[in-house]
Design a protein around this ligand. Structure first.
Ligand code: ZN
Length: 183
C-alpha cells in the first residue's frame, strides 16, 4: 500500500527515531509499503519518518545504475547492487570514510528542491535486516550517499542542514512557502 509522504516542516522529520527492537508484522508491512511508496515517487531512498513513523527503518535502491559505485562488500564478500537492492535496513551505525565528495541531492520530503551536498564518499554501514541478521555493508558513490541521506533522516537531520550557507540563502523563499503549505 502506498503511504502518503510527509513533507517539510512536519515535526516527525525532526525527531530522533526509536530503534526497531522487534520485527513485528507491523514493521514488515511498513517496510513493504515503504518500498512501494518509494518506487511510486521515483525515489532512490525513503526513511520511515518520511511516512510519519518514527522508527529507525529505511529503504535504499540504487540498482538502476550499476555504475554508481566502484565496489560493494557485504559481510566482507563482494556483492552486486542487484542482489542487495531494495535494501531495507534498521538501526544503522555508520562509519564515514574516504574523501569528501559533492553531488546534487533531492529528497522526497522536499518536492522540487535540489542542492549540492558534500559528504564522505565511502561508508561502512552496520545495519539490521528484517530477517534479524546484521549486515556490514562497505561501499561508495551513490549507494554510500543514499545510505547516509536516509540514516540522517532517522536522526532528525535533513539535507537542507548540510547545504552551503549560500544555497540555504537561495532557497529561503522556497522553504518559507513549504512552511506555509505543509506546516
Ligand atoms: Zn530525504
Amino acid at each position: 500500500m502506498i503511504r502518503p509522504i510527509v513533507f517539510y516542516p512536519q515535526p516527525v522529520l525532526r525527531k530522533v527515531a526509536s530503534p526497531v527492537n522487534e520485527i513485528t508484522e507491523e514493521v514488515r508491512t511498513l517496510a513493504e509499503d515503504m518500498v512501494e511508496t518509494m518506487y511510486d515517487a521515483n525515489g532512490v531512498g525513503l526513511a520511515a519518518p518520511q511516512v510519519g513513523v518514527s522508527l529507525q527503518l529505511a529503504i535504499v535502491d540504487v540498482s538502476h545504475d550499476p555504475e554508481c559505485i566502484s565496489y560493494l562488500r557485504v559481510n566482507g564478500e563482494d556483492a552486486s547492487l542487484e542482489e542487495i537492492c531494495p535494501l531495507t535496513f534498521i538501526n544503522p551505525e555508520l562509519e564515514l570514510l574516504g574523501a569528501k565528495d559533492t553531488d546534487v541531492e533531492g529528497c522526497l520530503s522536499f518536492p522540487d528542491l535540489r542542492g549540492d551536498i558534500t559528504r564522505p564518499f565511502e561508508v561502512k554501514a552496520t545495519v539490521g535486516t528484517l530477517e534479524g541478521e546484521t549486515l556490514v555493508i562497505e561501499t561508495d558513490g551513490l549507494f554510500a550517499r543514499a545510505i547516509q541521506h536516509e540514516t540522517d533522516h532517522l536522526f532528525g537531520k535533513l539535507f537542507i542542514d548540510r547545504m552551503s550557507s549560500a544555497r540555504k540563502l537561495a532557497i529561503r523563499r522556497q522553504l518559507k512557502e513549504m512552511q506555509q503549505q505543509f506546516g
